[in-house]
Design a protein around this ligand. Structure first.
Ligand code: PMP
Length: 323
């Protein structure tokens, strides 16, 4: 196992070995043969966009439920559009590709699926005019653990780095290059002993976490920065908003959030596909509420867990069964 895999294991519990196959632009290819030419490093890499999708194994039903597959693929195509990258494959074809690949890899566990789109056909230098072109797409997947219901909490620090903004490097686009901003934040926060860094936008308002979105709970309301605050248009953030409003009777407010509101919040949690839902125990050393997992996050996490895994039959349209 690589050091990176060891670190992910610390965060997520388990990370599986390399699977048998990846999907490369229409072909199923053995993991060890899935190569691209070295000239793809560089200009091609700077315009790559990607997605992160989870699948949850339901042991009783022997079903692997992919969470919001279509929405993730739609976001991938939107990210590609901003890069002036067209997709030779429809959403339906990509959905089929994801399902076929999971079946070929015979996963019967929780998994993470990563589609990646890039200009594979040419090494046109970036200083030439940008032409709209078809992208190549690869899809790989791997077994990965879930922390839902584990009681795990995270300690966060507000980062000294500023979030990229729409007129610099649009955070709404899930571009590989954007993650250098997240990486600076993660590097700083881990060196300072935090699990995650919270990033403020150029206006000094709370944007998001390096790899996830954030909600605070104050006076019975769930508050989250708006999509124009320099965040990824997170699918989990949307789902959480719907569950709070429709199932838990917690009103959701999208508005700017100040740094000091973090310190005095009753509860804070981070949410995202990879991060799932995790309560924040402290920010900058300030204990949040009474620490641990508060009542709103406890209820939300349980509901979210049951829905993504298909133990709660509601919201079946959010799940795509593989088997
Ligand atoms: N913000 C960033 C920077 C992320 O990387 C992620 C994870 N994809 C999120 C937010 C959460 O987005 P989603 O809920 O769609 O996974």
């Amino acid at each position: 196992m690589t050091q990176e895999q060891e670190e992910i294991k610390d965060m997520l519990g388990t990370v599986g070995e390399d699977p048998g196959y990846v999907w490369m632009s229409g072909e199923r290819v053995a993991w060890d043969d899935a190569n691209v030419h070295v000239s793809m490093l560089g200009w091609s890499a700077i315009s790559m966009v990607f997605e992160g999708i989870r699948g949850y194994w339901n042991a009783e039903e022997e079903q692997l439920n992919i969470f919001h597959l279509e929405q993730h693929l739609e976001r991938l195509l939107r990210s590609m559009k901003v890069m002036r990258m067209t997709s030779p494959w429809s959403i339906e074809e990509l959905k089929r590709a994801v399902i076929d690949l999971i079946q070929a890899n015979e996963f019967r566990d929780d998994i993470y699926v990563q589609p990646l789109a890039y200009f594979g056909g040419s090494t046109t230098p970036g200083y030439l005019p940008v032409q709209e072109q078809d992208g190549d797409i690869t899809i790989f997947n791997r077994q990965i653990g879930s922390v839902l219901g584990s009681g795990r909490t995270v300690n966060c620090g507000v980062s000294s780095w500023t979030r990229i903004s729409d007129n610099v490097m649009p955070p709404r686009v899930k571009a590989i290059a954007n993650y250098q901003n997240s990486r600076y934040v993660a590097d700083e926060s881990s060196r300072h002993g935090y699990d995650f860094g919270i990033i403020l936008n150029p206006q000094g308002k709370v944007a998001e976490i390096s790899y996830a979105c954030l909600y605070i709970v104050r006076d019975g309301k769930a508050i989250t920065p708006p999509v124009s605050a320099g965040i990824l248009e997170s699918i989990t953030r949307d789902v959480v908003g719907q569950l709070f409003e429709n199932e838990l009777g917690v009103p959701v407010v999208e508005r700017e959030v100040d740094r000091t509101e973090l310190y005095i919040a009753d509860e804070i949690f981070i949410c995202g596909t990879g991060a799932e839902i995790q309560a924040v125990d402290s920010v900058d050393g300030y204990r949040i509420g009474s620490g641990g997992v508060g009542p709103a996050v406890t209820a939300l996490e349980q509901l979210f867990h049951d829905i993504v895994r298909g133990k709660d039959a509601r919201y079946s349209e959010w799940r795509t069964g593989v088997y």
